[in-house]
Design a protein around this ligand. Sequence first.
Ligand code: FAD
Length: 473
Amino acid sequence: MSGDYKKNIAVVGGGPGGYAAAFYAADLGMTSTLIDMEANPGGVCLYRGCIPSKALLHVASVMAEAQHAAQFGIEFAKPKIDLAKLRGFKENVVKKNTGGTGQLCKQKGVKYIQGTAEILDGRTLKVAKTAGGEEKLTFDAIILATGSKPTKIPSLALDSPRVWDSSSALDLPSIPKSLLVIGGGYIGLELGTVYNAIGSRVTVVEMMPGLLPGADRDLVNVLAKRLEKEFEAILLNTKVAEMKESKDGIRVKFDGDVKEKEKTFDAVLVSVGRTPNSKIPGLDKTKVKVNAKGFIEVDGQRRTAEPTIFAIGDVAGEPMLAHKASHEARVAVEAIGGHKAVFEPRAIPAVVFTDPEIAWSGLTETQAKEQGREIKVARFPWGASGRATAIDRNDGATKLIMDPASERVLGVGIVGYGAGELIAEATLAIEMDCVASDLKLTIHPHPTLSETVMEAAEVYFGQSTHIATAKRK
Ligand code: FAD
């Protein structure tokens, strides 16, 4: 790779965007400085996002499987939950991960400064160090990776220990008898799954007509069917009009398709989206532009309107996902080195780590419809998968979204146990411009859920071994 990798760069924000950028810069031979308020790099993802939520979802999944084992004649006693120990497990997972990134900083020769950065100009930062004191530093380029925070809605802002955001919910302050989750997006559903497993009666309220707005309905319906059984209630087309603290909990008034217009909950989790952290001190002294949604505007190389400042991750636009941030990080670093890198993925996978999981990559059916694009969908129901039957998880489906003219795989959607692991193959297929025959002719190991990807391609040709499909003309 050609380029000038002798540059001196700074990265503001130590999340999966920021630390990936700082580490890659060091690997390429640049002088790399990483600044974050925490003791170690990790950002939201490692401290209060992806990683702690997945640790708790793992616990929820173990509990669900143990309970489900009764179907096979294996009964376990009712679980006893030691909340302090569970919290300790989650904190250890966070510590291991963030301790690891801290170690990597040292091993890779990245200078890590714990503190808050302020921008003085396109090349200069002032860092207020957590330990005390300030440092003024000048660089060839600066990457902003300041991430995002939970969105606050003034009408739902109630200063009470019973009203949580995702960060406080992950702290496991208590197991409320009843929990209202405001927002049926992935964060609300994942945390609702955790609290349901440990004993809360969970109600989800969503103002849109369905959960996970934007995701394909056929995938969401499989999850919704299960959550309807697991959760106390799912209130769709409904808004929270008011919240008040009473001595028994939080009194909530609903506005919408709901019989009971008022109800009291022990705790309320507000998860209505995330807001980019673009109010970076001193940003207004630069040419950097912020759009109406609060995202920093960037070009294909993640360069802002200030030529020496780049922005990546949640602060630089949707989708707000860790792997998108890390990928942009590498593009920005290469661009700083003068390489003609550009961020142009064909597919960015998205995973909802509920039970069952939902995962998709590339074009969705919903997007194809919005774009008026002609597609052909090949769907393989997991009822016909030997592996899904063996683990008693036939509640799943794998579908390919195909271009009927070229037979190229444009998108893949999966709902079912472990869908998040299966979507990687699909993403590679889209990136590699695979056609249906590539998936059909690739030998997949038996018996695995990965075969459902191959069999969906067989469905496309009307030749699936395990289901009777109409012959393709
Ligand atoms: P962040 O991770 O937000 O990190 C930004 C860092 O910058 C923070 O540490 C912040 O303190 C620091 N910072 C901000 N301003 C300054 C400043 N002026 N000076 C110094 N430091 C500063 N994504 C997935 O892909 N998969 C998941 O399963 C997933 N699960 C999630 C679950 C939850 C509960 C939440 C909340 C999020 C989840 N996400 C998930 C989203 C994911 O966490 C974000 O997309 C990701 O963390 C974004 O990375 P980032 O590098 O842009 O910034």
